[in-house]
Design a binder for this molecule. Structure first.
Ligand SMILES: [Fe+2]
Length: 386
């Protein structure tokens, strides 16, 4: 009987070690072997052997536990940008904390966190779009975090009011136009793209894309669902082709003369402008950026962000990691490498982003985009925007 308690305790420690991604060479079967071998001796001898074993093992285990939790951080990330690899390396250099990354789509990662439950090895989740961050919170896979640094560095509309997620970068979904065929003075608002004068001149990606869902959610928040539905219907009718492709493909369509304006995120234009492929750079040169709704609520923005997972074994390190990503240096790197805005937009230091001009951003709390996501999806269906 005396073997039961220590075994389960050890098993728990070992499991913890494995969750944290240690290279512990022990496993449950190995432990069973030890326990069974020890029990073949007489009880006094077995007790002595077990005691000595446990003493040294606990010492080693505790040491391993300390070094593991201080040295590693497991991140589930939907982000797939060069900026992140650079910043993760820098974080390890500055803190000694190694980062293990699992990359997949946000929905896959959220599903994985749900299935893994409290045994999940993940400490932090990074993803794009407030709609997805909201989904992660609603699924119960994030935990509330209190950090003075995060509260100070991330403006209130760009973080969850309860601290489940924090914006790390800002992206603006704008109107990109053909410099040959459209004058900026022809453009004004997202709403104006519904007018008949844009018939056959608009391109946008599919409504299954969360960037579009969040844009429509912001229009619902601003104008109400009836007007939002009418807008989606009219813009769909004005499209030069059925919705398809990525954001970059919309810019390519405008550059190729297939359409005159596209709805897309600015950073993709930055990626095209800095591409190793000459044709991409030509696309970027042929189009301009227009920030809509400057006389009203401002251009639609969204965030890419992260939170600490509900299962985090390395919570302190995960918070430190999020704080690192919102530091001035990291914010600048996001701008220079991935052409995203810092969470405090006016702190932008990227020359390319400056060349697009300063703009007024819609300051609706981004958690609203998540809350209105289901309604946006429904309206897109009703509007026939595939
Ligand atoms: Fe993206």
């Amino acid at each position: 009987m005396f073997l039961v308690e220590p075994y389960s305790f050890l098993t728990a420690r070992l499991w913890h070690g494995r969750c944290c991604g240690t290279t512990a060479l022990v496993n449950q079967n190995w432990m069973l072997d030890i326990v069974e071998t020890v029990s073949h001796f007489g009880e006094p001898l077995a007790r002595f052997v077990m005691k000595s074993f446990l003493k040294s093992f606990f010492a080693l285990g505790l040491l391993a536990g300390v070094s593991v939790s201080a040295a590693e951080l497991n991140v589930y990330s939907h982000r797939h940008y060069d900026s992140d690899a650079i910043l993760f390396k820098q974080f390890t250099k500055e803190t000694g904390i190694k980062i293990n990354v699992v990359k997949a789509s946000a929905d896959q990662l959220i599903q994985r966190l749900i299935s893994e439950g409290k045994n999940s090895p993940a400490d932090a989740l990074l993803t794009v779009d407030a709609g997805r961050l909201h989904r992660a919170k609603a699924a119960g896979v994030l935990q509330p975090v209190k950090s003075r640094a995060l509260a100070k560095k991330v403006p209130a509309p760009m973080r969850d009011p309860e601290g489940h997620w924090f914006g790390m970068t800002v992206r603006s979904r704008v109107i990109v136009y053909s410099k040959d065929r459209v004058k900026p003075s022809d453009l004004s608002t997202y709403e104006a793209l519904a007018k008949p004068e844009w018939k056959g001149r608009v391109v946008a990606r599919s409504s299954s894309n969360i960037y579009n869902q969040s844009l429509l959610a912001s229009i619902i928040a601003a104008n109400g669902k009836d007007k939002a539905l009418a807008w989606a219907k009219a813009v769909r009718k004005n499209m030069a082709r059925s919705p398809r492709g990525s954001d970059r493909d919309q810019a390519r369509a405008v550059a190729a003369g297939l359409a005159d304006v596209a709805i897309m995120n600015t950073y993709y234009l930055g990626i095209l402008a800095n591409s190793a492929v000459a044709a991409d750079r030509e696309v970027a040169a042929k189009v301009g950026v227009f920030f809509p709704n400057q006389d009203g609520r401002g251009a639609h923005i969204n965030v890419s962000g992260g939170g600490v997972t509900a299962s985090a074994k390395n919570k302190k390190e995960a918070i430190r990691f999020l704080e690192f990503l919102t530091s001035a240096k990291s914010q600048e790197a996001f701008g220079n490498v991935n052409h995203e805005y810092p969470v405090i937009i006016k702190n932008n230091k990227s020359e390319l982003l400056k060349s697009w001009g300063s703009f007024k951003a819609d300051d609706v709390n981004l958690s609203v985009l998540g809350a209105k996501n289901a309604e946006a999806v429904k309206l897109f269906d009703l509007a026939g925007w595939e």
